[in-house]
Ligand binder design. Structure first.
Ligand code: NAD
Length: 518
């Protein structure tokens, strides 16, 4: 059974939100403005990561149900695309207000299904809400270009929506990542089919109800649950014009190749190995607290987690204090007062973290802090591990693979050049950070490091949504514009460039010119 606090939160979530289940029932789909029970013949359990109690079952939506959802989204498209930009903006105003009002309910659902702490879950919702807030500025951000080319001739651009679009989401940000897509895809005039992670459907179902209350017309936003089969249907359906994917390398590569082979736009954000460089002149408390927070927060299950600390020169003397910071963190249920990190998403994820952490010693590295044996007295079945710190070298499994758990790699370097070399030779390019009190050092790092998102004395430098996501190298596939901000406007629209000649006087020439117009 669930812990008593979790049980009361579960009851509250289920009784208030139509599409959800937290008592072993079934999660619905949200199609054409209604919450519908799937007739799927395959169902996937959603277990509580703290107790393994089954909270819900998610349907592997059948092909017929999926096709019907796409048909509804196709039918809803013309009227929605023709709705004035002010009309779409009004709905976005209401959606952002509703998301803010119901932030705690969404956060409770996240803690129940995903396991992160309540404070962290609220951050998850807030970072998504901010995308909806920025989408409200669509009347300024969608302004197009126009120029008077010559006497009587103007050229202007028009950005028009694509049609039916789709989003495929990971488990680690159950609210933020669906909200990277929903506001931007719909405010630009598209309709959207969203597939949440089958491990955390609840937040998306609550968001669907809020979108409905905000006045998004039926068929504009749809949530279709499932796993691999549903993903493949999204990749193959000819009416779906674009796919926004966030998740692992394996799924991202599959979806990118299958979707683009079918002529779709695909944006794929994938795995990461984010390095933090600590220079000897760093402000020690700022650096150590930031790194411990970003390595172990959310039990290391963030794509922008700092999973490698590169200690340069005398900064290596900070290592014992870094270990103390890690030891001071409390493991527990996300609802526990004072818990810093919750469980991993699944027993398999826990086994992977333990295996990669232990492999360090077998491969010649050192385990400086071993959290793999952590046992919870209160929740013996939880997917818990404690914080670990391991000293590694390039080539070791724990360094080369994304651990996606609370195990921090440590690498020693003699100089900033060596630290930059280590980072630039890593295949991923999601995020990195430097801790220093020297502006020149920071500037050199920012110029030379080949990573898309850089923090200077700031961990987890996820761009706020008036910028766009800018992960690079193997953390993304393809050259598509990225997520949210201006990039999302490009991703979700197609540009037409119109050149018009409106003469103020009548044409008097009688001979056609056959030369290329210039
Ligand atoms: P995942 O790839 O297992 O799942 C993501 C989605 O893809 C889910 O909806 C799932 O149903 C589907 N999927 C998974 N495997 C599939 C397959 N073989 N065929 C078809 N569909 C498949 O990822 P996850 O475990 O939910 O999320 C964690 C991963 O996401 C980590 O690698 C993390 O770095 C990454 N992530 C990246 C970013 C980013 O912006 N770069 C952000 C968050 C998470």
């Amino acid at each position: 059974a669930l812990g008593s606090l979790a049980a009361s939160k579960a009851k509250e979530v289920e009784s208030k939100w139509s599409g959800t289940s937290t008592s072993g029932g079934t999660t619905k789909n949200f199609v054409n403005g209604a919450f519908v029970d799937s007739k799927a013949d395959r169902w996937i359990d959603v277990p509580d990561p703290v107790t393994q109690t089954v909270l819900s079952k998610v349907p592997e939506t059948s092909e017929a149900e999926f096709n019907q959802a796409v048909k509804n989204a196709e039918e809803a498209f013309p009227a929605w695309a023709a709705t004035s930009i002010l009309g779409r903006q009004q709905i976005m105003f209401r959606l952002q207000a509703l998301l803010r009002d119901h932030m705690d309910d969404i956060a409770n659902s996240i803690v129940l299904e995903q396991g992160k702490t309540f404070a962290d879950a609220k951050g998850d919702v807030l970072r998504g809400l901010q995308v909806a807030e920025v989408a409200c500025g669509i009347t300024s951000t969608m302004l197009d270009q126009r120029i008077e080319v010559s006497k009587d001739m103007d050229t202007h651009t028009r950005r028009q929506p694509l049609g039916v679009t789709a989003a495929i989401c990971p488990f680690n940000f159950p609210a933020m990542i669906p909200l990277w897509t929903l506001p931007m895809a719909t405010v630009t005039g598209n309709t959207l089919i969203l597939k949440p992670s089958e491990r955390v459907p609840g937040a998306s179902m609550i968001i669907a109800e809020l979108a409905q209350r905000a006045g998004l017309p039926k068929g504009v936003f749809n949530v279709v649950n499932g796993s691999f089969d549903t993903v493949n249907r999204i990749c193959d359906h000819p009416a779906i014009k674009a796919i926004s994917f966030v998740g692992s390398d394996k799924a991202g590569s599959h979806i990118y190749h299958r979707g683009t082979a079918n002529g779709k736009r695909v944006q794929s954000n994938m795995g990461a190995k984010n390095h933090a460089v600590i220079m000897p002149d760093a402000n020690k408390n700022l650096a150590l607290n930031s790194i411990a927070g970003a390595a172990f927060g959310a039990a290391g299950q963030r794509c922008m987690a700092l999973s490698v600390a590169v200690l340069v020169g005398e900064a290596q003397s900070m290592l014992p204090d870094l270990i103390e910071r890690a030891k001071a963190l409390k493991v527990g249920s996300g609802f526990d007062e004072g818990a810093d990190l919750g469980p991993l998403i699944s027993p398999q994820a826990r086994e992977k973290v333990i295996r990669l952490t232990k492999s360090v010693e077998e491969q010649g590295g050192k385990i400086l802090l071993d959290g793999t044996g952590y046992q919870s007295q209160d929740y013996p079945n939880g997917n818990f591990v404690g914080p670990s710190i391991v000293e590694v070298k390039k080539g070791m499994d724990a360094y080369e693979q994304e651990i996606f758990g609370p195990t921090l790699n440590v690498i020693r370097a003699d100089t900033l050049d060596e630290a930059i070399e280590i980072i630039n030779s890593n295949r991923y390019g999601n995020g990195t950070a430097i801790f220093t009190t020297n502006g020149s050092t920071a500037r050199a790092f920012e110029t030379r490091v080949n990573v898309g998102q850089i923090g200077v004395n700031a961990a987890i430098p996820v761009p706020l949504p008036f910028f766009s996501w800018s992960g690079s190298k193997a953390s993304v596939l393809g050259q598509s514009p990225s997520f949210y901000g201006q990039h999302a406007l490009s991703f979700f629209t197609t540009t037409k460039t119109i050149t018009s000649l409106w003469r103020a006087d009548d044409a008097t020439d009688t001979k056609a010119s056959v030369a290329m117009p210039t």
